[in-house]
Design a protein around this ligand. Structure first.
Ligand code: FE
Ligand code: FE
Ligand code: MG
Length: 167
């Protein structure tokens, strides 16, 4: 634990750690949702969409790494049990039960929108109180914003292809 690092935080550290752990649980669920989606995907443009899903999976895992590092730095205990990912995560896990590309894109777009809200909230809560976590949340938020747009743009391409293909 970083003693001085903890002292300079101008808010309740336990509350902050709870928020960091919730985001951490979400990242693992997002990782698995993307990773599995990339394996089971079916339908038009599946190869290009699968490549993006796999890239995002790895980026979500990198977010989990950033969060666990901060949790440990502040003397917290990261979520120890995978079964707690479900109960702690503010964003739900959407199983890729229907492997159709448009369904997977819609599920992951919803996931990104939830992630954007999570990091926006973490930034609001830490602003002027914990600059390190604020900066971390900004780094992750920047990537979640990119993820949302990547998927929405793929969805737009897919919709165009499907509608033009009818004519
Ligand atoms: Fe993420
Ligand atoms: Fe993301
Ligand atoms: Mg991307």
């Amino acid at each position: 634990m970083g003693t001085r690092a903890r002292e300079i935080i101008g808010m309740n550290v336990d509350e902050l750690l709870a928020l960091l752990n919730q985001a951490y649980a979400s990242e693992w669920l997002a990782y698995y949702q993307y990773w599995l989606g990339a394996k089971v995907i079916k339908g038009p443009m599946k190869d290009s969409v699968a490549a993006e899903l796999l890239l995002h999976a790895n980026e979500e895992l990198a977010h989990a790494t950033l969060l666990v590092t901060r949790i440990i730095q502040l003397g917290g205990t990261p979520v120890l049990e995978p079964k707690e990912w479900y109960t702690q995560s503010p964003c739900k896990y959407d199983a890729p039960a229907d492997p159709y590309v448009a369904v997977l894109l819609a599920q992951n777009i919803a996931g990104e929108q939830c992630a954007i809200s999570t990091y926006k909230n973490l930034m609001d809560v830490t602003k002027d109180k914990d600059m390190v976590t604020y900066n971390l949340a900004l780094t992750i938020l920047t990537q979640e914003v990119e993820h949302e747009e990547d998927l929405q743009s793929l969805k737009e391409d897919l919709d165009l292809m499907v509608s033009r293909g009818d004519k």
